[in-house]
Design a protein around this ligand. Structure first.
Ligand code: FAD
Length: 384
């Protein structure tokens, strides 16, 4: 089977499938995976606890968050736990690729997916360098997935755009921290951020592309935070940018020819725009479904792989996204930020930043069957 895209979703899925003995071809248009990274790489605690992310591919832990109002009034939030770590993403992608190769994945870099056709249970894939036959196709090709379009599956429709600069040598007093700035001009519908873990500093803005000019906003943001972080001696080591789908997990993400994972499936939290945890969990679910499908040949197995399974869990976050999209007045946001100082709302802010409610796990059928105490219907998948 073939996976198009070796971002976090494609790599995670390829690792898991190959460990199950599935013959996997992993294709990416990039030459090496540490190029053109388009994520800040902030991993949340739940992901760090549940998955094997190598320690040397992560920066120091962060437990402090400062939320700034449009007038730069700070609200400090501190967790008892190490909540976030910024991934050294180039290194992590390379490490996961090494693990894939070790378990037998065939790797085809610098190769683009072009098109495919399916007939008599075989899929003919047209790649930029060659054409091949494969048994099943996985689209891990990001927010604007060409594979999704060709498979006639659902497409992402709502996006925010994020741009950031990565620095070494920035000076910010105090412990490692995440600084989030609510400002409808600099980041309409989302936030501007500084993620500073003491080694690396990511300074970025995100928002609806029709409402701002991201690179100009990033420059203005840098000037605006001059009094907060000292970048005079800092060296910019990277510039990153990308689209983030925020319409929630798509419903129709699988058919008998292929399925979607990661951003291609819209698997991103509509509120926080975090997509790394969903990449890990949805890819794990996809790997279990595909392994079962390839071993049984039963297409009904694929019906379980539906975004409907997840959408109800995201209802409140989709509403929050609708509200965030309409908050364009500075005064209104300033009042909202003042309200966050009232203890009940401070707890809500705590929950948004430090809550463990990211992407649900799916308990696959095989596990349900084995689990005596769960009393689950073996015909269904369940969320945890
Ligand atoms: C600026 C920014 C900051 C972010 N920060 C965070 C964060 O801190 N924490 C968090 O949880 N989430 C964050 N996100 C979201 C998160 O990064 C994404 O949800 C996640 O990286 C998606 O991974 P993916 O593997 O699905 O897609 P991608 O990482 O986009 O990988 C897709 C891969 O497919 C390849 N590809 C595409 N088309 C083709 C083709 N036709 N042929 C061959 N290869 C192809 C690409 O080269 C790429 O390697 C951020 C997003 C952005 C844009």
């Amino acid at each position: 089977m073939t996976i198009i895209g070796a971002g976090l979703a494609g790599l995670q899925c390829a690792r898991l499938l190959s460990r199950q003995g599935v013959n996997v071809l992993l294709v990416d248009r990039k030459n090496t995976l540490d190029q053109k990274i388009h994520t800040t790489g902030i991993f949340v605690r739940r992901t760090l606890v549940d998955f094997d992310i190598p320690d040397d591919c992560l920066g120091p832990a962060i437990k402090h968050v400062t939320l700034y109002s449009p007038a730069l009034r700070p609200l400090e939030l501190v967790s008892q736990h190490d909540e976030f770590r910024v991934g050294r993403m180039g290194q992590l992608y390379q490490r996961y690729l090494q693990q894939c190769l070790h378990s037998g994945v065939h790797w085809l870099p610098q190769t683009s997916y072009v098109s495919h056709s399916a007939a008599n249970g075989k899929i003919r894939l047209q790649l930029s360098s060659r054409s091949i036959t494969t048994r099943y196709l996985i689209g891990a090709d990001g927010a604007r997935s060409r594979v999704a379009r060709d498979l006639k599956l659902e497409l992402n429709r709502e996006y925010i755009v994020g741009v950031e600069s990565v620095f070494r040598g920035a000076v910010l007093d105090g412990p490692p921290r995440l600084l989030c700035f609510l400002d409808p001009k600099l980041a309409p519908g989302y936030i501007a951020w500084i993620a500073h873990d003491g080694e690396e500093t990511h300074l970025g803005v995100g928002g609806y592309p029709s409402l701002f000019e991201p690179t100009v906003a990033l420059q203005n943001f840098r000037s605006r935070v001059e009094g907060i972080i000292d970048l005079r001696k800092a060296k910019q080591i990277e510039a990153r940018a990308g689209l983030i789908p925020v319409g929630g997990v798509l419903r129709n993400i699988a058919n008998s020819t292929g399925l979607l994972i990661g951003d291609a499936a819209g698997a991103v939290s509509p509120l926080t725009a975090g997509g790394l945890d969903p990449c890990m969990r949805l890819s794990a679910f996809a790997a279990s479904v595909v392994t079962e499908y390839l071993s049984t040949g039963d297409v009904e197995v694929l019906q379980a792989y539906s975004g409907e399974l997840f959408r109800s869990r995201f209802a409140s976050r989709l509403w929050a996204r609708r509200i965030a999209a309409t908050l364009r007045q500075r005064q209104l946001l300033e009042v909202g930020c003042a309200l966050l100082r009232v203890p009940v709302f401070t707890r809500l802010a705590h929950h948004v930043f430090f809550g463990r409610g990211s992407f649900p796990d799916v308990i696959p059928r095989q596990l349900c069957l084995k689990s005596q105490e769960l009393h689950l219907d073996p015909g269904q998948y369940h969320l945890r």
